[in-house]
Design a binder for this molecule. Structure first.
Ligand SMILES: [Zn+2]
Length: 271
């Protein structure tokens, strides 16, 4: 419905033109995506606009607007979720994505660790494939192996050039936790563990995986694969940071309890 028609029908002053455009834009965004048929869209537009502009305002107009808009909000998929889906990441629920984003909550006091994890989920890092989309003359193949498409999943997990690092992580986790662990893209990239993993094991594994990912990011756009020694040093740095940043004896004790399996492994079997 055009503004002049509304003006004629409801005696709306010219000063409401801007509000009319705002409302029209909102209704079109919210309603047309789910309900492309013009008659229904027109009905919703008319309902909301006439309600908002009627003077004096009719009771429960705001509730009606919210009900109309929320009732037809299309299911929203974030771009990073769509992009991970294109790389064959298993389909996850909203709760699982939230769980992944909050995987480090209460685990570390280091903001840069939390930020680094979210950067991976949000696909902040520029991979060869992404760079190729931006600059078509650039090669989309992986920097390390040079043979496969440089997708996010490939760079962080699949690449044969980075496999030795993940094998080391797997062995270290096995020795630390006392049982064989299977690393998957869900675990390595999203820090989403199978339900059989115990809480302490998940926390320790998250930090060790984070240390490995930190090394990959440090050698971004490189053919280099971080060594076993570099991995151990990085894990130790993470451990020391958590101990030094503990602001009470109780917190230090909790941190040491969490890291006890790792410290025990280092103490009894120098790596
Ligand atoms: Zn590769």
């Amino acid at each position: 419905m055009a503004f002049p028609t509304l003006q004629a029908n409801y005696k709306i002053p010219n000063s409401f033109m801007f509000q009319f455009i705002q409302l029209k834009s909102i209704v079109h965004t919210k309603v047309t995506l789910k309900l492309p048929t013009t008659p229904l869209q027109g009905t919703h537009t008319l309902t909301i606009i006439t309600r908002c502009m009627s003077a004096p305002t009719k009771p429960k107009s705001l509730s009606l607007c919210y009900k109309t808009l929320l009732g037809h909000t299309p299911p929203h998929a974030f771009n990073y979720v769509k992009q991970w889906g294109k790389e064959d990441m298993p389909e996850l629920t909203d709760n699982q994505w939230l769980q992944s984003l909050n995987a480090l909550k209460g685990l570390t006091s280091c903001f840069s660790h939390v930020e680094a994890h979210k950067k991976v989920i949000y696909r902040w890092y520029l991979t060869p494939q992404r760079l190729h989309q931006i600059y078509p003359t650039m090669d989309s193949k992986c920097w390390r192996c040079g043979s496969r498409e440089g997708t996010m999943t490939h760079i962080w997990w699949e690449c044969s050039g980075i496999k030795p690092l993940w094998s080391q992580v797997q062995q270290l986790l096995g020795k630390t936790l006392g049982y064989t662990v299977d690393l998957t893209p869900m675990v390595v990239i999203l820090l989403l563990f199978p339900p059989t993993w115990k809480k302490g094991a998940k926390k320790l594994a998250s930090t060790i995986i984070l240390a490995a990912r930190n090394l990959i990011a440090l050698h971004w756009r490189s053919t280099y694969c971080p060594t076993h020694r570099e991995l151990l040093n990085k894990i130790y740095q993470f451990y020391r940071y958590e101990v030094l940043s503990s602001d009470s004896h109780a917190k230090t004790r909790l941190t040491e309890q969490l890291w006890e399996p790792w410290l025990s492994l280092i103490h009894h079997h120098p790596l």
